[in-house]
Design a protein around this ligand. Sequence first.
Ligand SMILES: Cc1cc2nc3c(=O)[nH]c(=O)nc-3n(C[C@H](O)[C@H](O)[C@H](O)COP(=O)(O)OP(=O)(O)OC[C@H]3O[C@@H](n4cnc5c(N)ncnc54)[C@H](O)[C@@H]3O)c2cc1C
Length: 365
Amino acid sequence: MSKHVVIVGGGVIGLLTAFNLAAKVDRVVVCDQGEVGRESSWAGGGIVSPLYPWRYSPAVTALAHWSQDFYPQLGERLFASTGVDPEVHTTGLYWLDLDDEAQALAWAAREQRPLSAVDISAAYDAVPVIGPGFQRAIYMAGVANVRNPRLVKSLKAALLALPNVSLREHCQISGFAQEGGRVTGVLTNEGVLSADEVVLSAGAWSGELLRTLGLELPVEPVKGQMILFKCDADFLPSMVLAKGRYAIPRRDGHILVGSTLEHEGFDKTPTEAALQSLRASAIELLPQLKDAPVVGHWAGLRPGSPEGIPYIGPVPGHAGLWLNCGHYRNGLVLAPASCQLFTDLLTGAEPIIDPAPYAPAGRLG
Ligand SMILES: Cc1cc2nc3c(=O)[nH]c(=O)nc-3n(C[C@H](O)[C@H](O)[C@H](O)COP(=O)(O)OP(=O)(O)OC[C@H]3O[C@@H](n4cnc5c(N)ncnc54)[C@H](O)[C@@H]3O)c2cc1C
């Protein structure tokens, strides 16, 4: 397709959109105000599932299921072509002492997901490092986590190898060029960059940018803090979640514990209070972490949206402008399906799933 596409924002959503579009259009440029893949997509935990999948709408579930099936092949393909392994690590996930266990099990039966109640003693046998006192467990086999900093690194490498893709880092977009009611490009700190189609995938910043056109997009930053431990590679065989906090094992024994949910605007300074609170949760969940050093602590800004349903599709009344943003707590798990659906819509292909729930039309103020 003879088109020149500019993508605003190089998080996992912008990068994967570029990767998909590169096979379909003439030229793709990704602009990021910093380095690509250094914001929420770097900061997240990388669980390839919503934290409580049964609490989401069918719209989120549809994207999550498509992506979950696709992640292993995406990881293998990126590793083979770039030498950077995104480390899709299938560990399964235990939820402990869940309040809405009945709803979870009913959802799993309906959606045919491999989630079931297990005897708490079986959970302690499978994951002996879990702390004492938990009464109930449910387990979902097959849930993976992806090492998101590696995922964005491998996506960047894959894009750099494509002749029709350019990455413009430290290129800040301040608004949109328009002509006769059509968006014809973006305004950058280096001048106007023209495009046939502009894609807004600027994560938590997407609402600010759309406001320059007088449109209200309810995407706002939701700060999340995370801490990191380093243990032996076999310390934690599964992901575990209790009281809203989770521990994620990477293959090399790094354990991520998250996260907070804070409304602090665009401030992403890590705080001592969050560090202490996350560490206390980590020790309650996995008491041996008491003796492990905290080797990292950071915050990221999730692109919060109503019900976590992303905006995927054209902006009504502004031909040439498209959205792929607002993935809130699930941008890593939802990325493959969101970016494939987006590519289908922009190129006029048969969409992988019904695009209606994600359409910006009717959802912008
Ligand atoms: C603590 C934490 C834990 C999480 N855990 C998980 C998890 O386990 N599983 C999961 O699926 N999701 C998780 N998430 C959510 C996930 O990280 C996000 O939904 C996802 O990364 C959003 O990707 P994005 O590309 O839309 O945004 P981002 O990665 O934030 O990328 C947006 C990009 O746009 C750029 N940009 C912004 N404004 C401009 C501008 N004006 N000009 C140019 N560039 C601009 C930014 O520099 C940035 O690189 C977590 C998030 C956090 C913070």
